[in-house]
Design a protein around this ligand. Structure first.
Ligand SMILES: Cc1cc2nc3c(=O)[nH]c(=O)nc-3n(C[C@H](O)[C@H](O)[C@H](O)COP(=O)(O)OP(=O)(O)OC[C@H]3O[C@@H](n4cnc5c(N)ncnc54)[C@H](O)[C@@H]3O)c2cc1C
Length: 322
């Protein structure tokens, strides 16, 4: 195959970002006339294989091994190195997840092959893909084409390709094997990264009402919570709100918070700093309310209201409740 998509499990099922990686790979395959396959491994290999075989991919490679039943960076690295040697894919793609950040750079370093991380889009130029990623915290955009001829690893940013654009299909599964020994695994991983306990995974929310410093003071936060309740939405926030302790850390959206891609994102009194934008620009509809008509958030908003949120929020909540 040309493109090997590496799946990751979340609670026994395919991680949302693995499905987004499939959407990216399908788009690449279509534009460049390439073939695809999914690799599933680890203790959830069977359920992941079921997920993957219902997609429009060439085949599903199933890798089961006792030493892969618990995730370890060493085990996964060794396994993928051997699969790359066996299958010679041109591209290995995956989501830019916390787990991928832990082990994938090792594969790249040990095989001395390119790793293009956190990609936001891919397009075809002639017969080559061009991968686009943001650099310098989103201030510049860089286009990269691997030219060495060896396998290139590519990870995609959350919501770069929407999960709902994945094309369904039916794919055969094939068992693959690797040789692993206990001496190859010298690290023991801690449990997977969890957002703060009691936290909410905003990445799955369909509607997010997000609040910024424009709310003025902590006593005004209930205005936002009331609007969120009326819309059956989750509350999100910019960083200063969390830094001030007005909302818990897991509500923060942005480069040092969560990446979200809801159907509707309301940005209330949020200026639109790049560190915030990178976490929510994948939202399908962005509605911004800000009293400054020049606020950068309006550049990416689908709908913008220039006004005072302290006046608008109670009226909007009342209107929705009615
Ligand atoms: C390394 C690093 C990581 C960062 N990570 C993140 C991150 O993950 N997420 C994040 O959000 N930020 C992050 N930041 C901070 C980021 O740079 C901005 O400072 C922050 O996003 C600004 O938050 P804000 O828009 O709420 O506040 P401000 O920039 O202060 O904007 C407030 C806005 O509210 C408007 N306003 C004021 N009063 C009203 C009113 N009554 N009605 C309507 N509008 C009003 C103003 O016009 C203004 O546009 C990070 C910064 C750094 C350096």
């Amino acid at each position: 195959m040309d493109i090997l998509i590496v799946f990751e499990a979340k609670e026994g099922q395919a991680h949302r970002m693995s499905l987004e990686a499939v959407a990216a790979a399908q788009s690449m395959a279509k534009e460049l006339n390439l073939t695809t396959a999914v690799l599933v491994m680890g203790k959830d290999a069977k359920s992941l294989a079921e997920n993957a075989s219902a997609l429009d991919v060439g085949e599903v490679l199933t890798l089961e091994h006792d030493l892969l039943s618990e995730y370890s960076a060493d085990g996964y690295t060794e396994a993928l190195k051997q699969i790359i040697a066996q299958e010679s894919p041109s591209y290995v793609v995956m989501g830019y997840t916390y787990q991928a950040r832990d082990w994938v750079p090792k594969v790249s370093a040990q095989l001395t092959i390119p790793y293009i991380s956190d990609v936001i889009s891919v397009k075809a130029e002639g017969e080559s893909p061009v991968f686009t990623r943001m650099v310098y915290n989103g201030k510049l955009i860089s286009d990269i084409t691997p030219t060495g001829g060896e396998t290139a690893i590519v990870s995609f940013q959350a919501a770069a390709y929407p999960e709902d654009s994945v094309i369904s299909g039916s794919a055969e599964t094939r068992s693959v094997e690797v040789e692993l020994g206990a001496s190859m695994i010298s690290t023991v991983s801690e449990p997977p990264f969890q957002e703060e306990s009691g936290g909410v995974d905003l990445s799955g929310a369909e509607v997010i009402v997000s609040v910024g410093r424009g709310i003025g003071k902590e006593e005004n936060i209930p205005l936002v919570e009331a609007l969120a309740k009326s819309l059956n939405a989750e509350v999100g926030s910019s960083r200063p709100i969390v830094d001030a302790g007005w909302l818990p850390t897991f509500r923060q959206v942005g480069s040092s918070g969560q990446s979200v891609a809801p159907k509707l994102y309301l940005a209330l009194g949020i200026s639109g700093a790049i560190q915030h934008i990178v976490g929510m620009k994948g939202s399908k509809n962005i509605v911004a309310i800000n009293k400054d008509a020049e606020a950068p958030i309006f550049e990416i908003a689908d709908y913008g209201v220039v006004g005072d949120i302290l006046e608008i929020l109670p009226k909007l909540t009342e209107a929705i409740e009615q």
